[in-house]
Design a protein around this ligand. Structure first.
Ligand code: GDG
Length: 732
């Protein structure tokens, strides 16, 4: 039975050591709850660090055994590894860079990077020790970015998913990291890479295509033989748990106590881990601004601020804590009255019951991170509002702001705006609160943690199936041999060969893609067999094909079918076509040439082509999209067709079509072997028009109507050479 292995830096468990014995208790985080339905089943397991250093081997064995009962498996780390891999690299490079704090907080030390590699390898060893072919691995977060590739190198077919819980920054930020390519390659070991928002997906794909020699089509990255999907999976919470908590006696008791303490006051709640990305200082400043400008609120509003200790051995975090202490002290000192303090500040964790009581009764929840991958606190507040009242103020920099659009959305750097949002929130009419909260509650209820887990796992299965179906369609040795056998048995064959991208690789300059001597040799061998009729079918100009293949015994179809030349005859132009439209369209395309350095127009008899291969990466694609949009309307009533190609946009007469041209050559002839190879959008017409018995092969991994696919021109040539050998045997 195949199993699922979850891997994260920390195991969802608290381990404490008392009276020479280890006590374990499960930690109740949202992720642990959501994944509970996965890792507690059958042989499934969750691998990670138990959260403390254990050097004694007997103790390690003891912990391992106890964890096993909980379906958990430890990776033990030394203090040195924790300092370098976790604090030094994960939290001192990846965390600040991914939260846009590169210049203030990132420190790039080679030894920390080396340790990050070593520890990722340690996790890899632990995973490899338990997995079998057919299993699924789901890796979590930025501490383990190298792990997908490390596993893939040993288990090439295994199914691997990766989810990043923090933002993926713009390429401009990400590229600052000295080891950026290794990190991307590490992630690309996965089959499915998940992020909280679509923006992070975009940033990731643009980093991949700019920093690595790889291409992506929409959200699919082609990496060697694998198609890797990057997608947004906004993480949810255990909504039901938060909706049920306020009904519990313990929580009701807490609510009573808090109500007694803060009666007649508007309570503003904030809950965060201590971190510079959470906007804690900005929040205090906004609250101070509020009191400065609205003295009528003195004594009537309280900021209840919970900060959960985190990483406070690290100097930057200690500094932040000191700063918070000081500012809170200042404000409380300035405004405090005998029975009121403006800020109730707690630097410690609270039991979930207290948290729930606060969520369920706070008039306002203020969530204003400077950057936050998702932010679960905002969703927990919403889920706890079972009466549909209360107001959420939410930073536009939190991933959750993409879903909780009925919150009051603020820019966390705009202290004045936050202060104004607090005023709006405390004065918001109940009906308005209910309208907004009901909307947000339905979003949080639907996209809960169970939904998130299911969506991710289902998509991972789909991606794997897609990869496998590509693999079965790949012309492997077996398929190749059966094509050759069929070829050898036949007497009247026609072979359609597209040129660019099929017989030769794409070159930066159009005219550089001239045939080489190996290709000429190959054509000579193919045409030496009288049973073979070879057709070069291309979008190139007929002058081009004539220059290259004019003296070869081949048929030629140029400009996608506008021109054709049968072996030994003259070039013939498709009749009844007009190209007067070119005068009108040319100036449109020319404006794109003027605006986009490195691009040019190629003019053919019945088409105009805008080439952008040498344009700045990204800009060319952007302009191509614009150009397509502009031309879409202009061409529709002119009988023209728009073709997006490999770094080109082409406009041509609709009547011209490679499929029709191919059909014209095959119709009424009794070929017993038809094969067509092509890489382009336009070759799809050939694949579709040929009879069912034809062998159609797409070069490249995009979706295609072809029956099979090959990876590149080298594979194509290899197979054609094999065919010539088969026919040599026959003609001897
Ligand atoms: C990372 C990303 C992303 C807080 N105080 C107490 C307490 N908590 C719980 C909350 C919430 C969790 O901690 C905090 O989650 P966040 O999402 O707000 O933030 P990070 O810890 O930074 O998490 C973040 C997340 O990963 C998931 O992908 O959303 O963007 O940075 O669940 O309830 N729980 C208890 N007492 C407390 O005092 N019991």
């Amino acid at each position: 039975m195949p199993k699922v292995v979850i891997v994260s830096n920390r195991l969802p468990v608290k381990v404490s050591f008392e009276n020479d014995t280890y006590n374990l208790s499960a930690s109740e985080g949202g992720l642990a709850t959501g994944l509970g339905s996965v890792y507690k089943q059958g042989d499934n397991v969750w691998i990670g660090w138990p959260g403390l250093e254990v050097t004694d081997e007997d103790h390690q064995t003891d912990i391992t055994e106890k964890l096993k009962e909980l379906s958990l498996q430890p990776v033990f780390l030394t203090q040195d590894e924790i300092t370098k891999y976790y604090e030094g690299f994960s939290n001192d490079v990846l965390w600040p860079v991914f939260h846009y704090y590169a210049s203030t907080y990132a420190h790039y030390h080679q030894s920390n990077w080396e340790c990050y590699q070593t520890v990722n390898q340690k996790f890899c060893d632990a995973v490899l020790a338990v997995i079998k072919p057919g299993d699924t691995i789901w890796i979590h977060d930025y501490q383990l970015m190298l792990l997908p590739k490390l596993i893939r190198d040993v288990q090439p077919d295994i199914s691997i998913g990766f989810f990043l819980h923090i933002p993926f920054p713009s390429h401009e930020m990400f590229r600052l990291i000295p080891w950026r390519a290794d990190l991307l390659e590490g992630l690309l070991g996965a089959d499915l890479i998940g992020f909280h928002t679509f923006d992070y997906v975009r940033h990731f794909i643009s980093s991949v295509t700019r920093l690595l020699p790889l291409q992506a089509s929409a959200n699919v990255i082609t990496f060697g033989e694998r198609s890797i999907v990057a997608e947004a999976f906004p993480m949810g919470i255990d909504e039901n748990k938060f909706a049920q908590m306020p009904l519990k006696a313990a929580v009701k008791k807490e609510v009573e106590f808090i109500t007694d303490t803060f009666h007649n006051q508007k309570l503003i709640l904030s809950v965060d881990r201590l971190d510079y990305s959470k906007g804690i200082l900005q929040r205090i400043l906004a609250f101070e601004t509020l009191l400065d400008h609205h003295p009528e609120l003195i004594g009537k509003v309280t900021l209840y601020m919970i900060v959960v200790p985190s990483r406070d051995q690290v100097p930057q975090y200690r500094e932040l804590r000191d700063h918070i202490d000081k500012r809170v002290g200042n404000i409380n000192g300035r405004y405090r009255t005998i029975d009121w303090s403006p800020i109730q500040y707690f630097y410690r964790p609270f039991p979930i019951e207290t948290l729930s009581a606060l969520y369920s009764m706070a008039d306002v929840c203020l969530v204003n991170p400077i950057r936050d991958g998702m932010n679960l606190v905002s969703k927990e507040y919403v889920a706890s509002r079972i009466n549909n009242d209360g107001v959420l103020i939410l930073s536009e920099m939190a991933g959750s702001s993409k879903e909780l659009i009925d919150a009051i959305i603020v820019n966390p750097n705009n202290v004045q705006e936050i202060a104004r949002a607090i005023i709006t929130a405390i004065n918001m009419p109940l009906a308005e609160q209910r309208r907004r909260m009901a909307q947000m509650r339905s979003v949080v209820a639907k996209f809960n943690i169970t939904h998130w887990v299911k969506l991710f796992i289902d998509r991972l299965t789909e991606v794997k199936q897609m990869q496998r179906s590509m693999q079965t369609r790949h012309v492997s040795n077996g398929t190749r041999q059966s094509i050759i056998n069929r070829f050898a048995k036949t007497q009247k064959r026609i072979i359609f060969l597209d040129y660019d991208g099929t017989l030769v690789d794409f070159k930066p300059v159009v005219d550089q893609a001239k045939p080489d001597s190996d290709l000429y040799d190959l054509i000579d061998h193919l045409t030496a067999d009288p049973a073979n009729e070879v057709v070069i079918i291309s979008g190139r100009k007929h002058e081009n094909l004539e220059e290259w293949f004019g003296d070869k015994p081949v048929n030629m179809i140029a400009e996608h079918g506008a021109w054709s030349k049968l072996q030994g005859k003259h070039w013939h132009r498709l009749s009844g076509l007009s190209n007067s439209w070119k005068q009108e369209i040319y100036p449109f395309i020319e404006t794109y040439v003027d605006r986009t350095p490195g691009t040019f127009i190629e003019e053919k008899t019945y088409s105009l082509v805008w080439h952008y291969r040498k344009a700045q990466s990204g800009l060319g694609e952007l302009r191509a999209g614009e150009l397509m949009n502009t031309l879409k309307y202009i061409v529709s009533d002119k009988g023209l067709q728009l073709l997006p190609g490999n770094k080109v946009v082409e406009v041509k007469n609709m009547e011209i079509n490679k499929g029709r041209a191919a059909l014209a050559l095959t119709e009424g002839k009794d070929y017993d072997f038809i094969i067509a190879l092509g890489d382009d959008y336009t070759d799809e017409d050939i694949f579709r028009s040929l009879p069912e018995s034809a062998i159609t092969i797409k070069v490249g991994s995009n979706v295609s109507a072809a029956k099979f696919y090959m990876r590149n021109p080298a594979e194509v040539r290899d197979m054609l050479w094999a065919l010539t050998e088969a026919s040599n045997v026959k003609t001897e």
